[in-house]
Ligand binder design. Structure first.
Ligand SMILES: NC(=O)c1ccc[n+]([C@@H]2O[C@H](COP(=O)([O-])OP(=O)(O)OC[C@H]3O[C@@H](n4cnc5c(N)ncnc54)[C@H](OP(=O)(O)O)[C@@H]3O)[C@@H](O)[C@H]2O)c1
Length: 280
């Protein structure tokens, strides 16, 4: 696995930032000392400090010290965060060759460029990652802004792809992918919990039920990826005629399982669109 020499910054050290930072450190791609994380409350950055990363309350320090800066605040805090950076950095920093990567749901490249317009020829990439990056199984899409070079793109791809899979897509697809892959872990965790509950109801101990449910999801996902068979074909292979699985499938169809997922993703995509419509 390639190692990076760049200093990596995080504006906001919450769950998504930690998934990326921890993933990179855990896989040996960067050392903790290369990381600077800023947020309004140092006490909330304790897990970063324990990891060996540098923590600060000053977003300007993160931008000044780092080469690649992930913007990881909530979408409505974009302008607050950008103003804090602008108010804290030296003018010379605005001309430095820095690369920004946003993970903000719903926030377009145009909005990002506007918020950070004090950086000259702002190099920014809009991305949509997901939290399984912390275990190296993330799924990230990204779109580069106008000043991003091929070299920047290669570096960003290396970082994101080293924590799962990463792919460049047209910006107009990002909200939809976010609704599926960005939010998806929450849906799948719920499926795992619910499957385990089903087993617990049948008398299986909770811990064992959770482990078996998670392994079943992991194995099913790997089967889709490695066999490249359509999920419906793979499902048919499990549903023996007259067997128990088809009876279980019938119950799921009665409550509209597929309809539920399609609706969830449609509504989440709409919400991503709304998140980008906040007033400054
Ligand atoms: N979570 C996911 O699965 C996921 C997936 C894809 C994309 N995203 C995107 O990731 C971003 C962060 O989401 P999250 O789930 O990681 O939220 P989160 O856990 O709440 O993290 C947000 C962090 O931002 C910090 N913060 C607040 N104001 C700040 C400021 N002015 N400057 C710097 N940091 C500030 C917060 O610190 P305090 O807690 O101390 O206030 C918190 O640590 C969002 O834009 C979201 O759309 C999240």
């Amino acid at each position: 696995m390639a190692k990076l020499d760049e200093r990596i910054g995080f504006l906001g050290g919450g769950n998504m930032a930690f998934a990326i930072g921890y993933g990179l450190i855990n896989r040996g791609i960067i050392k903790p000392a290369q990381v600077v994380v800023s947020g309004p409350n140092l006490s909330n950055l304790e897990r970063w400090r324990l990891l060996g990363a540098n923590i600060t309350e000053d977003n300007g320090v993160t931008v000044t010290k780092c080469d690649i800066i992930f913007i990881c605040v909530k979408p409505h805090l974009l302008h607050t965060c950008a103003s804090q950076v602008e108010g804290s950095i030296d003018r010379v920093v605005c001309d430095k060759d820095k690369l920004f990567v946003s993970v903000l749901a719903g926030i377009s490249l145009d909005q990002l460029e506007l918020a950070f317009s004090f950086m000259n020829n702002l190099k920014i990439i809009r991305s949509m990652p997901n939290t399984p990056m912390q275990v190296g199984e993330g799924c990230t899409v990204y779109t580069p802004g106008r000043y991003v070079t091929t070299q920047d793109l290669e570096k960003t791809h290396l970082i994101l792809n080293s924590l799962g899979i990463a792919q460049q897509v047209p910006e107009k697809w990002i909200n939809a992918v976010a609704a599926m892959a960005g939010s998806g872990p929450a849906y799948v965790f719920t499926v795992i919990e619910a499957m385990a509950d089903g087993a617990v109801k049948q008398g299986i101990p909770r811990q064992m039920a959770l482990q078996f449910a998670a392994q079943t999801v992991l194995g099913s996902a790997k089967t889709v990826i490695q066999t490249e068979k359509h999920p419906a074909v793979l499902r048919d292979e499990v549903c023996s005629p007259g067997g128990s699985t088809i009876v279980g499938m019938h119950e799921l169809e009665k409550i509209g399982i597929r309809n539920a997922f399609i609706n969830a993703i449609e509504k989440a995509a709409e919400r991503n669109q709304e998140l980008g419509n906040f007033k400054k």
